[in-house]
Design a binder for this molecule. Structure first.
Ligand code: HEC
Length: 127
């Protein structure tokens, strides 16, 4: 157990060190967003983000296709961030989209929103 605590501390320390090193943080945060997406999102949204994850057939509502420029383009960055942080119900969508506020920091959510914008090759709606 002790080694787990130490390695978690090291990971946080390493992330903080990367964050504080300015220029390096740009590529590091992009990598982290992809890693977080692979950890927390692919089971429903799929590895390609098309909404066809292994868990998708068991959901009553289809997960959002993150590569769909039209559908994603209709959502503002703030709406997307809120959906990720507080879950689907916070934006009037399905509760089968979970809340991630206990797994992801606000900064990590901001990075994931940027990652999703690369996947859809779109910008968000103004509001
Ligand atoms: C347990 C399955 C599941 C997981 C895991 C999941 N989602 Fe979702 N997600 C959904 C479903 C279902 C919807 C569709 C909700 C709707 O349209 O009512 C959705 C919708 C969304 C939307 C669109 C919200 C909107 O306003 O239309 C975004 C953005 C999103 N998910 C991002 C993520 C991100 C980022 C992660 C990982 C941190 C994630 N999701 C993990 C099931 C999941």
């Amino acid at each position: 157990m002790k080694t787990i605590v130490i390695s978690r501390f090291s990971a946080v320390f390493f992330a903080a060190a990367l964050f504080l090193t300015g220029g390096m943080a740009v590529s590091a945060s992009a990598e982290t967003a992809a890693e977080n997406y692979s950890l927390y999102c692919v089971q429903c949204h799929g590895t390609a983000g098309t909404g066809k994850g292994i868990n998708a057939p068991f959901l009553a509502v289809a997960p959002r296709n993150h590569s769909d420029a039209k559908a994603m383009g209709e959502l503002s960055d703030a709406n997307v961030a809120l959906a990720i942080k507080e879950g689907g119900s916070a934006v009037g969508k399905s509760t089968q989209m979970p809340s991630w506020k206990h797994n992801l920091t606000d900064a990590e959510i901001t990075d994931i929103v940027a990652h999703l914008r690369k996947m859809c090759k779109c910008t968000g709606a103004a509001k």
